[in-house]
Design a protein around this ligand. Structure first.
Ligand SMILES: [Fe+2]
Ligand SMILES: [Fe+2]
Length: 282
């Protein structure tokens, strides 16, 4: 059973609540990655995203505490560091030997640490941060994508994204990452016919497709998109692949993809890649 965010976990600051929901969502994805066909690609992507979001969220929280002159900042920072170290250790073990980290190994620690931290340590700053004029401004200045020019120009809540992957769990991981910056219109399909139907019917800003969609190829989808009417032919397509061969990138680009990324993916790189492609198409 995964953990569900509830109002009793609210620290009274919407931006931080939303970060906490993303972190809880990622841990739940880890749980669902157990036994996944692409378990290693999923676990690696979730660990990478957790590492990135934890660093981002902790920086944001600490900037807010600093702005409010919160007296327990040093101790709080210490507990953040210990969590970040643990996630980094899981990630390093995974990078070294993919078979050494199973989703189940990480779950107990992550679940209990995060829930305990949100409900006790984070809850302590609640009354200091709520309504503090400098805190909100300090939080806004910290973003996962580092406020690069391209990502700052993207109107994330208005973005319309189509995900094409037969791995439902991976679609949800992508949905969580895109949702963390406010993307609300995300369709997910699991075969090429459904993808073509959505592309022919809906207005989209970008397609993110796996290379292997069941027995079908995401590259065939790109070629089909490029052969379509002008509106469709220019649609940015980002191809992901869990299979590591350097030639993949060239083949994907040759087929007409705008960008290629290997799984495990980085949440930050995914968002920066999407920002770059929709920026280029605009
Ligand atoms: Fe927190
Ligand atoms: Fe915290």
């Amino acid at each position: 059973m995964g953990v569900t965010w509830s109002e009793r976990m609210s620290v009274g600051v919407p931006l931080l609540d939303s970060d906490h929901k993303t972190l809880i969502g990622l841990i739940n994805h880890l749980q669902r990655s157990i036994g996944d066909d692409e378990e290693y690609a999923s676990v690696g992507s979730v660990l990478q995203a957790l590492d990135e979001y934890a660093a981002h969220h902790f920086a944001r929280e600490e900037k807010m505490m600093e702005a409010c002159r919160y007296p327990l900042l040093t101790q709080h920072h210490g507990t953040h560091t210990s969590f970040a170290d643990k996630v980094a250790a899981f990630k390093a073990r995974y990078t070294e030997d993919r078979t050494s980290v199973r989703a189940r190994d990480c779950l107990t620690f992550l679940n209990s640490w995060l829930i305990d931290h949100i409900c006790t340590t984070d809850m302590n700053y609640r009354s200091w941060l709520i309504g503090h004029p400098g805190a909100e401004a300090a939080a806004q200045r910290v973003s996962l994508t580092g406020g690069t020019a391209k990502s700052a120009q993207v109107d994330w809540p208005k973005l319309r994204v189509l995900l094409v992957d037969d791995n439902l769990n991976f679609c949800e991981i992508l949905r969580t990452i895109l949702g963390s910056v406010g993307v609300a219109t995300i369709s997910a399909v699991h075969d090429l016919d459904s993808a073509k139907a959505v592309i022919g019917q809906d207005r989209l800003d970008i397609v993110v497709s796996d290379w292997h969609v069941g027995e079908e190829s995401g590259l065939d989808l790109v070629k089909w998109v490029r052969r379509g009417p002008p509106d469709q032919a220019g649609l940015p397509v980002l191809i992901l692949s869990g299979h590591e061969r350097m030639t993949n990138r060239d083949l994907a680009l040759l087929a007409g993809a705008d960008e290629f990324m290997e799984k495990p993916i980085s949440a930050r790189n995914l968002l920066l890649g999407v920002a770059r492609l929709v920026g280029k198409a605009a």
